[in-house]
Design a protein. Structure first.
Length: 277
């Protein structure tokens, strides 16, 4: 499913005598807040926008940031829509108006609560597009209920948990394709096979810790070639000794730094978190 931004339209109705139908009333909109220092970085934020003249007091709305839209007692519906658009646009980047209709689109994608009419009886609030994208994964313990398998060059991720975070109950279908629709995306950590070396000028696609081991492997091969080509038994013996030494260095490095490599073979594997003890 593609991620979407929540969209709302506000239709400003008749304000009545001195705009008494609007003054003091409020609506509730839900935006998506971004805090790059927090985890998760995206979260829902509640706003209460109210209309009033200079002396109008702010309403008390639980859990909301209250924003005033200052209007005049003789403002038309179109003028109020213009002022409403300006005030909302500070908090919702994609805000626009045509005549007496204000269209508000959230700045970021994400599933938020529907906009509400609050106390506004002459302003029609319509949720035209529902935002999609979760802020928090439904896999609280991926090491317990997430798996993967490799088929050719494709990585398939399975889970025992559905999109609501509940355990799949059908035994035959307890493992299904992962149902994650995250705003921040799904991070997958893996070890890939290095690119093949086809020319002497190619760079080795290996971990830095294994670079010296490649040097040992090449030296082992060179010394073995030298031992095979020489007619001097002393040179042969010395060359074989050096080849054995570099082969031992190579194998020790592979055992020490190469144990994290994962073969690209088929079959299911449990996704495990690293042991940080």
């Amino acid at each position: 499913m593609a991620l979407a931004k929540h969209k709302t339209t506000l239709t400003i109705g008749d304000g009545g005598l001195n705009n008494s139908n609007h003054i003091g009333d409020y609506i509730i909109l839900y935006g998506v807040s971004l805090d790059s220092t927090a985890k998760p970085a995206y979260s829902q934020k509640k706003y209460a926008f109210y209309w009033g003249v200079s002396e109008t007091s702010a309403p008390t709305v639980s859990g909301a940031e209250v924003v005033k839209i200052t209007i005049g007692t003789s403002d038309s519906a179109n003028t109020i829509a213009n002022k409403t658009n300006s005030a909302i646009g500070v908090h919702f980047i994609n805000s626009s108006f045509t005549d007496n209709v204000v269209t508000v689109e959230n700045t970021y994608v994400g599933n938020v609560s529907d906009s509400e009419s609050g106390t506004a009886s002459n302003i029609t609030v319509a949720n035209t597009v529902s935002g999609t994208g979760s802020f928090i994964s439904n896999l609280k313990y991926p090491e317990n209920n997430a798996m993967y398998f490799i088929e050719g060059d494709k990585l398939a991720i399975l889970s025992e948990v559905d999109s609501s975070g509940n355990q799949n109950t059908t035994a035959r279908k307890s493992l299904k394709a992962i149902q994650e629709n995250l705003v921040e995306g799904l991070m997958i950590q893996y070890y890939a096979e290095p690119n093949s070396v086809t020319a002497i000028t190619d760079n080795l696609d290996i971990d830095n810790a294994l670079e010296l081991s490649v040097v040992d492997y090449v030296k082992k091969c060179l010394y073995m070639d030298k031992a095979g080509k020489t007619a001097d038994p002393n040179v042969m013996q010395a060359s074989m000794a050096m080849a054995t030494k570099h082969e031992r260095n190579f194998k020790e490095a592979i055992q020490r730094y190469g144990v994290r490599k994962k073969d690209k073979t088929g079959g299911s594997r449990v996704v495990k978190v690293p042991n940080l003890v």
